[in-house]
Design a protein around this ligand. Structure first.
Ligand code: PEP
Length: 250
């Protein structure tokens, strides 16, 4: 365990959260002091700067849920990686299946965003995972192989990229792959990262995401090569998110 990367727990608020909900982030920020894991919340962009301000001095990391594939300029409505870094946010989720589905994001776009995020000093959390149909056809590893080949930045010289394995059919459904399936996916991702980046790949964090709750987080986090979790619904309330964070131990 001692050679394992430091764990990372990320909350993805999606398109949820108004000013009144900032108190949930504050509560998380001031209650993670003794944990040995890194903890991050990615609220909607409208709350990012306020979230950074009210948690200054705590250990929480703040992040965005997406960034533009462009550096800047005439792209109405987009938010650049540099703008996110300028808010003093530290991470950015990229290639979430909801963006792939609703915004038609391709692997090539995700790779471009990851490269721009890295050059802005952000940690990209790159999401990969199979659909339900692909799962039923037992194509999970083939899908992961192709997504990793096409999404990962070409070169990395530090452990600044995070991969999140998120089976699409598990997101928001309450259905979680069995332990053997999670283990197989994470083992495959780890060997792909080592193939791509050598010893750096052995230290990159691989998160599991999909219906993680306080009730199942400890058993998921105990699996080899699961270096943390990406949490949607259960991250919206401080009480449930903190229980998941606490499953990493002190
Ligand atoms: C997610 O949105 O990345 C996610 C994993 O959602 P949930 O935890 O609600 O399944």
């Amino acid at each position: 365990m001692s050679n394992s990367p430091r764990r990372l727990i990320v909350g993805n608020w999606k398109m949820n959260g108004l000013t009144a909900d900032l108190s949930e982030i504050e509560e998380v920020a001031w209650n993670i002091g003794e944990l040995s894991a890194d903890v991050a919340i990615c609220p909607p962009a409208t709350l990012l700067q306020s979230a950074v301000r009210i948690t200054a001095g705590s250990r929480i990391l703040l992040g965005a849920q997406d960034c533009s594939a462009q550096e800047g300029g005439a792209y109405t409505g987009d938010i650049s990686a540099r703008m996110i870094a300028d808010c003093r946010a530290r991470i950015v989720i990229l290639g979430h299946s909801e963006r792939r589905q609703y915004q038609c994001e391709t692997d090539a776009i995700v790779r471009r965003k990851a490269e721009i995020a890295l050059s802005a000093g952000l940690i990209p959390v790159i999401c990969v995972g199979e659909t339900e149909a692909e799962h039923l056809r037992q194509e999970t590893l083939a899908v992961l192989k192709s997504q990793l080949q096409d999404c990962l930045p070409a070169a990395l010289n530090e452990t600044a990229v995070v991969i999140a394995y998120e089976p699409v059919w598990s997101i928001g459904t309450g259905r979680v792959p069995d332990q053997g399936e999670i283990l197989a996916a994470h083992t495959f991702i780890r060997s792909s990262l080592i193939d791509a980046y050598g010893s750096v790949g052995a230290q990159l964090r691989i998160l599991y995401g999909g219906s993680v709750k306080p009730e199942n987080s400890a058993e998921i986090l105990a699996l080899e090569n699961v270096d943390g979790v990406l949490v949607g619904g259960a991250s919206l309330r401080a009480a449930s998110f903190l229980r998941i964070c606490e499953a990493t131990g002190t």
